[in-house]
Each structure stands twice: as structure tokens, then as C-alpha cells.
Write a protein of this length. Structure first.
Length: 512
């Protein structure tokens, strides 16, 4: 993680001029300029599909730009490849993971740059370096574990570690915290501060306003592949950034939802999961209301709804749906019972990337014949329905016959969410619904939930974003260490009360 201080103060570390990139039918970048200074954290801000990841791919040599010039450290760069980018100190952490699942963390770290001595790989040397690096980062990560055995958060840590191996002058992070725990997010922010002091330049992509506020020196706003403006973070407001991003004024408020709690649709009694992540939990959700579950990452809140849907094995306890016991939950049967689940991890758990958006949204890609009864008219009916839904979610570009794999990260999330409206469902389980989607889409998702509950569905929202879950829910559970720490209603539903429950254990432990 060494760095350079040889960059002239007046000259930016990275200078892009007039960068354009086209994909079949889409102008992903249209004559974009970007300067990143040494020691600066530069945020790229824009709606889903604005071109942020594409720009990062150009900077890291994944593919060439169609036109434009590229200067790095004062030198003009042509024909950049990923290897060359690395060699000159450009180090990307991509939005989609790039690790080889069947290899260990350390094998991944050294892939393509194995430490060898006359052809002999120095396994011990690699282990030592990997351990030293991970220790320095403060990550709780075992270098000898296989990547496919790791949680999302740990995979993300491994990606970051990999990017920091060797000499880094420009570190690029594309939504790095989307699947990090709070603790690791804190570690990452410390690391960023350290790198800045070492004069490393950073490009950082995030949809999270609070993160942008905490980290950014400057912000470049992209819209529809174009450079809109570059601003000093300190002298810009959230409203201004959002307005530049969307081209219109947007109210950042949550919708007012009318909750009319009715039948208990989901009822969980003394639930304990096989992996111990949830212990002895009692919980219920009614039709006509949003039930929130708050808690720190790793508290068991995601596992709880995953178990209801059938994605996490149950050790003991009872799950009831609409009053009837639901034994050995499994995703397909859950859907038949009218229960839908929206994972936080949109890539691994949800989409068939080689299939059209239409199929993915209607779930025919998953072999669930949602529109089967239409026979010959199936495709046409499907197209009309999905087109309508995707219009509401502002899918970009709005063509549902493209493959899901050609979509930007946030737009993939929209396809996942779009599924909610294609079937007769009564229970909706949302796991971190707003991760990775832009402000406009967030508001759409909230409006969705509003429509769902007001039409009588039971909606359960698991979220680490406290303002979100406080504003949306009618009743709010707080989980801590696998257990329900509090249930808050009405006026009790305050940030202070939630935080008090997060930390109650620590407090009582100290008092005792
Ligand atoms: N491999 C590809 N093939 C075809 N089109 C693509 C491909 N990759 C990106 N695009 C298109 O280029 C545009 C920009 O996408 P990009 O991934 O850069 O967006 P983004 O700003 O990173 O969005 P998000 O916030 O959703 O991650 C989008 O219209 C997208 O559909
Ligand atoms: Mg992206």
C-alpha cells in the first residue's frame, strides 16, 4: 500500500477528457471529463444506469473508450489493459465481484502475480503477505478459506484486500459498503483516511448520501452518460446533488402510509435457526401494515426472513402462514403460499443474467409459469404487464427484451423488485430494499410498499438504514445478537429507542 508523492500539485493524478463509450444501442458515456487529484476522494454520483461503472471500467482498462484522452500521473495512457492499469497503480474494486469462487482468499489475492522462486510458488510467503495485509486492514478474514464459503461481507473484504496488494496510486471503489457490516464499513473508512494521507487518489461510487457526506472531497454528477457538474462536497447540499442527478426537484421524504392492521399473516413462535443466527424469536406480521426489523448487520434480522421463506434451515420453533403451520419452508412452496422474498444480494440469488429482463421479472426464467394460462397470449400479456411495471420503476434503458446481464447494478435490483407486482402475493419480505438503487428508485420502492400494504398485503422490511425502517414501519422489531431486543409502536418508534436496544446488552453487561 505504498504511494507516491511525485505528482505535481497543480496536475491531477487522473485526467480524462471527452471519454465516450457505446454499447449496442446505448451511449453509456458521452464525452465525459474527469479529474482526480492525488489525496482526494472523488465521488461519482448518478442514477442507476448513468454510466458510473462504465467510467470505472474505462479507467481500470476493462475495455477501451471509443474516444477521448487519458492522462495518469502526467503521462498520456493509450491501450490500457487491466494488467497495465495495475502495474501503474490503478486498482479497482468492482460492483460485481471478481473473485474465483473455488479458490481460497490468498490464492485469489495472488492470482496472476504468484510469488515464485525459480518456478516454485512460495506458499508460505504468500500466506505471510496475505495475513499481514488483512491484519493491516483490520478485517476479520481468514486467508485460507475458500471464497464460496464466505459471506457477502467477507467476499467484499477479500475484494478490497486484493485491490490493495501492491502499489496503489488510484483506488476505485464501486459501492463498496453495499454488503459490508457496520464494523467493516468503519474499518474501510479508516483505511480511506489513511490512504488519503498517503496521497492516494480515490474514486468512490455510492448512492448513500450519508457516506458521500462523510467521505467526499468533490462530487462529479453524471446523468445519461454525460458529465453534468463537478462540485466541492463541502459547499453543496443533498438537494442540489439530487437535483443535478435527476434533472428535477425531488422531495426526499418518505410517503405517508395508511396502516390498517388486519389478520396475522406471518406468525413465528420460538424460532431458532440451525446456524444459531436466530434464537428463540417470537414475531408476527399483520396484513395491512409494514412490520419493520431493525438491527446491526449480523444481528440475525436477514436470517429471520430468509428462514420464513425457506432459505435458512430451522432447528426448532413454528412458522405459521395465515394461521396454518408451515413446515419446512422452501422457496417454491413459499411462492405458492403467496410469500415473496427480495434478497439484498441481487446478483447471486435472483437473476438469470443471460435471460431477458421480461423473463426475469415475470419469473418464467425461474420456471414458474406465472402467465402460463394465457397460452398463446402468454408472451404478449407478459410483455404488457412487465413493460408497465418497469416503466414505473424507471428501468434504464427501458427495453425489457435486453438480457438482465446488460443492465447496470441498480437496474438489476429494479428487475428483482418488479417481480413483486406480477403475481398474486400476500406477504412481501424485503431484505435491505434500498441498497444500491438511486434516490428516484428508492422513492418508487417506498411507493410500491405503500400500495402493497394499502391494498391489504403484509409487508416485512428488514433494513440497516434506520431512517428508512423507522419511517416505513407501523410496528418495529429491533434485533440484537439473534434475539428480539424490543418491539416498538407509535411514539416509541424513535431512533433513540432503537439505538438503546442495540446497545442494551453492552450497557447491562457493564452495569452488572
Ligand atoms: N455490457 C453491457 N452491455 C450493454 N449495455 C451495457 C453494458 N454495461 C452497461 N451497459 C449500459 O450502459 C449504461 C450505463 O451503465 P452503468 O453500469 O455504467 O451504470 P451505473 O451508473 O453504474 O448504474 P448503477 O448505479 O445502477 O450501478 C446503462 O444503460 C447500461 O444498461
Ligand atoms: Mg454501477
Amino acid at each position: 500500500m505504498d504511494s507516491d508523492t511525485d505528482v505535481n500539485r497543480t496536475e491531477p493524478l487522473l485526467a480524462l477528457r471527452g471519454i465516450s463509450k457505446r454499447f449496442a444501442g446505448v451511449r453509456a458515456l458521452d464525452r465525459v471529463d474527469l479529474d482526480v487529484r492525488a489525496g482526494e476522494l472523488h465521488v461519482l454520483f448518478g442514477e442507476n444506469g448513468a454510466g458510473k461503472s462504465t467510467l470505472i471500467n474505462v479507467v481500470s482498462g476493462t475495455f477501451p473508450a471509443d474516444e477521448g484522452t487519458f492522462h495518469f500521473g502526467g503521462e498520456e495512457i493509450r491501450h490500457l489493459t487491466p494488467q497495465r492499469a495495475r502495474a501503474i497503480g490503478i486498482s479497482p474494486v468492482f460492483q460485481e465481484f471478481s473473485l474465483v469462487p473455488s479458490l481460497t482468499v490468498e490464492e485469489n489475492l495472488f492470482l496472476g502475480r504468484e510469488v515464485s522462486n525459480g518456478g516454485v510458488l512460495l506458499a508460505r510467503e504468500m500466506r505471510k503477505r496475505a495475513t499481514a495485509l488483512i491484519d493491516e486492514l483490520g478485517f476479520d478474514l481468514d486467508p485460507s478459506q475458500r471464497v464460496d464459503d464466505l459471506s457477502r461481507a467477507h467476499q467484499q473484504m477479500a475484494e478490497i484486500a486484493k485491490a490493495l496488494l501492491g502499489r496503489v496510486r488510484l483506488l476505485i471503489l464501486d459501492e463498496p459498503t453495499a454488503s459490508l457490516t457496520e464494523r467493516e464499513t468503519g474499518r474501510l473508512f479508516e483505511l480511506i483516511a489513511r490512504l488519503k494521507r498517503q496521497n492516494v487518489g480515490l474514486i468512490y461510487v455510492s448512492h448513500r448520501m450519508r457516506e458521500i457526506r462523510a467521505l467526499a472531497d468533490r462530487v462529479t454528477v453524471l446523468r445519461d452518460g454525460r458529465h453534468i457538474r463537478t462540485l466541492e462536497a463541502a459547499s453543496s447540499t443533498d438537494g442540489e446533488l439530487v437535483e443535478l442527478m435527476t434533472g428535477r426537484k425531488i422531495d426526499l421524504l418518505f410517503p405517508a402510509i395508511t396502516h390498517q392492521p388486519d389478520k396475522v399473516m406471518v406468525d413465528v413462535e420460538n424460532l431458532t435457526l440451525a446456524d444459531g443466527s436466530v434464537r428463540d424469536v417470537n414475531f408476527y406480521a399483520q396484513a395491512g401494515e409494514i412490520t419493520g426489523i431493525a438491527g446491526l448487520v449480523g444481528c440475525g434480522k436477514s436470517e429471520l426472513i430468509r428462514a420464513i421463506y425457506g432459505l435458512a434451515p430451522i432447528a426448532s420453533g413454528v412458522v405459521r402462514l395465515d394461521g396454518l403451520p408451515y413446515e419446512f419452508p422452501a422457496p417454491r412452496r413459499s411462492l405458492k403460499h403467496g410469500v415473496a422474498y427480495f434478497p439484498a444480494n441481487r446478483i447471486a440469488e435472483g437473476l438469470a443474467l443471460s435471460r431477458p429482463i421480461r423473463e426475469n421479472a415475470s419469473m418464467t426464467a425461474l420456471d414458474l409459469p406465472a402467465f402460463a394460462r394465457f397460452g398463446m397470449l402468454r408472451q404478449a400479456a407478459e410483455r404488457v404487464t412487465i413493460t408497465g411495471i418497469m416503466e414505473r420503476l424507471q428501468l434504464r434503458p427501458p427495453n425489457i427484451e435486453r438480457t438482465a446481464g446488460a443492465l447496470s447494478g441498480g437496474n438489476r435490483q429494479k428487475v428483482m423488485l418488479g417481480r413483486a407486482l406480477t403475481r398474486e402475493l400476500t406477504v412481501f419480505l424485503f431484505d435491505e430494499p434500498s441498497v444500491g438503487i438511486d434516490v428516484g428508485a428508492k422513492l418508487e420502492v417506498y411507493e410500491f410498499m405503500k400500495r402493497l400494504v394499502e391494498a391489504g398485503a403484509a409487508v416485512i422490511v428488514v433494513s440497516s438504514e434506520l431512517p428508512e425502517v423507522l419511517a416505513l414501519s407501523n410496528r418495529l422489531y429491533v434485533m440484537h445478537n439473534g434475539r428480539i431486543a424490543a418491539e416498538l409502536k407509535g411514539a416509541e418508534k424513535t431512533e433513540q429507542n432503537v439505538l438503546a436496544s442495540f446497545f442494551r446488552d453492552h450497557l447491562t453487561a457493564e452495569v452488572a
